[in-house]
Design a protein. Structure first.
Ligand SMILES: *[C@@H]1O[C@H](CO)[C@@H](O)[C@H](O)[C@H]1NC(C)=O
Ligand SMILES: *[C@@H]1O[C@H](CO)[C@@H](O)[C@H](O)[C@H]1NC(C)=O
Ligand SMILES: *[C@@H]1O[C@H](CO)[C@@H](O)[C@H](O)[C@H]1NC(C)=O
Length: 429
């Protein structure tokens, strides 16, 4: 009797332990997440498996977002949901000093003695307060060429939003995935969970693109490794750009130092004051995935549009909203890098460091025979003077190295005979 129990225990030991060990000893070097574009909202969506039992949760990707937030009011069922207790380590990681109770039946998003943060719908610029929590998240690892084994973060930090906060998000989205510059945004949490560098890269596509967490290589079919990125410092905006924040909080968004704009290699006259971030946090240039197109402060917009109109041979036609400068495609050549139109360069820390925008990223096809300059007027006195939007990022590898505080960019992959939809998502696990 005793020996059979022992035998059973030994069996259990040998059967169960090796698999647990194997799971824990596998340390991924990088992770990969597919990102698709929603045709009606032009938002970029990622589906991340989470909770217990695991369910796919569709989220809008917010490059500058502070953390992952989800609707906890409806359908949040998980045996591993843990609210963040006041003054716990998770609360300080999230820099939350609030502490609250909830006066209805306990459920995810409603627990006593929990700390809270401000989930922010950055599309509609609406924020609410919500419980901070932890739950299981699972994601595929990668060697840079294919997805590999699925790995799990047992206590991934997230925030609870409410159902109303989903207004304005793509159909089926249950929240937003923040990739911003905070301790609890996805890049830092994954880096901490698997001890890799605080670095990630996005390669957006009009179809299915990809986000890599951790280091490269970044390999796209047919076996093209994207290296030789150009680098520019990431800048910090000292004033939060979130819809709700506490005094002294810095922005979690990614700013870079654009010092000028060239159209067809000729400088566009710009008000230099607008290009710098001032003490109140106004001005400067940021990168955003919640803006479908690049947004320029009015004087910058007008200067770029008139330079572009002057430099292009294409015939201008009636504007199609939201764009202000549209052209007939008649007589416009098409190249591997998109319509043959003047190149637009964003000049960075020196004249030889430029982010070059070719036709594929500058021109949007609105009808068979009409293309428009894919920039929109941001009005006078906007918070940020230049917001580089999703369309201008597509088919470019853009790498955010938080540890080195620098941004690396590839310019268009079309020039390297591949594109962001060419990641091979066939798992090798
Ligand atoms: C929180 O505590 C109050 C007072 O003890 C109680 O009425 C309430 O039901 C509790 N809420 C939850 C979600 O447990
Ligand atoms: C440049 O922009 C700043 C900030 O908006 C403004 O105060 C200033 O008047 C502008 N300068 C010119 C020459 O328009
Ligand atoms: C994608 O990767 C799989 C697994 O390595 C491989 O079998 C397949 O041939 C690849 N696809 C292409 C188009 O090369």
């Amino acid at each position: 009797m005793a020996s059979s129990v022992l035998h059973f225990l030994l069996l259990l030991f040998f059967v169960v332990l090796p698999t647990t060990f194997a799971q824990q000893s596998f340390r991924p070097k990088a992770l990969v997440l597919p990102v698709t574009k929603d045709a009606s909202t032009l938002q970029y969506l990622a589906t991340i498996n989470q909770r217990t039992p695991l369910v796919p949760v569709k989220l809008v990707v917010d490059l500058g977002g502070q953390f992952q937030w989800v609707d906890c009011d409806k359908g949040y069922i998980s045996s591993t949901y843990r609210p963040a207790r006041c003054r716990s380590a998770v609360c300080s990681l999230a820099r939350s000093t609030s502490c609250g109770d909830c006066f209805s039946a306990p459920r995810p998003g409603c627990n006593n003695n929990t700390c809270g943060v401000f989930p922010d719908n950055t599309v509609t610029r609406t924020a609410t307060s919500g419980e901070l929590a932890q739950d299981v998240v699972s994601i595929e690892s990668t060697d840079g060429s294919n997805p590999g084994r699925v790995v799990t973060v047992p206590r991934f930090v997230l925030a609870c939003g409410s159902t109303f906060l989903l207004d304005g998000l793509a159909n089926g989205a249950m929240g937003m995935a923040g990739l911003g510059r905070t301790n609890i945004a996805l890049p830092s949490q994954f880096a901490a969970a698997f001890s890799f560098r605080r670095k990630f890269a996005v390669c957006l596509s009009s179809g299915r693109g990809v986000v890599f967490f951790g280091d490269g290589p970044y390999v796209f079919l047919p076996g093209i490794e994207i290296s030789g990125l150009t680098y520019t410092p990431l800048l910090i905006n000292p004033v939060s750009t979130a819809s709700a924040f506490s005094q002294g909080e810095k922005s979690a968004e990614y700013f870079i130092g654009v010092t000028g704009i060239l159209v067809n290699n000729k400088p566009v006259p710009l008000n230099q004051t607008l290009l710098k971030i001032n003490r109140e946090g106004f001005g400067g240039t940021k990168i955003s995935t919640v803006n479908p197109y690049t947004v320029l402060e009015t004087s910058i917009y007008n200067a770029v549009v008139s330079a572009f109109v002057r430099e292009t041979a294409a015939k201008r036609v009636a504007a199609v909203a939201p764009f202000g400068a549209c052209f007939s495609t008649e007589g416009v050549g098409s190249t591997r890098l998109g319509p043959a139109v003047p190149e637009i360069d964003l000049v960075l820390q020196s004249n030889d460091v430029v982010w070059r925008i070719f036709g594929a990223n500058s021109m949007v096809s609105v009808r068979d025979d009409v293309i428009c300059l894919g920039f929109v007027d941001g009005g006078v006195n906007p918070r940020t003077s230049i917001v580089i939007g999703g369309y201008q990022l597509e088919d470019n590898v853009v790498q955010f190295d938080l540890a080195a505080s620098r941004l690396g960019f590839s310019s268009t992959l079309l020039g390297r005979r591949t594109n962001c939809a060419n990641f091979n998502f066939t798992s090798t696990a």
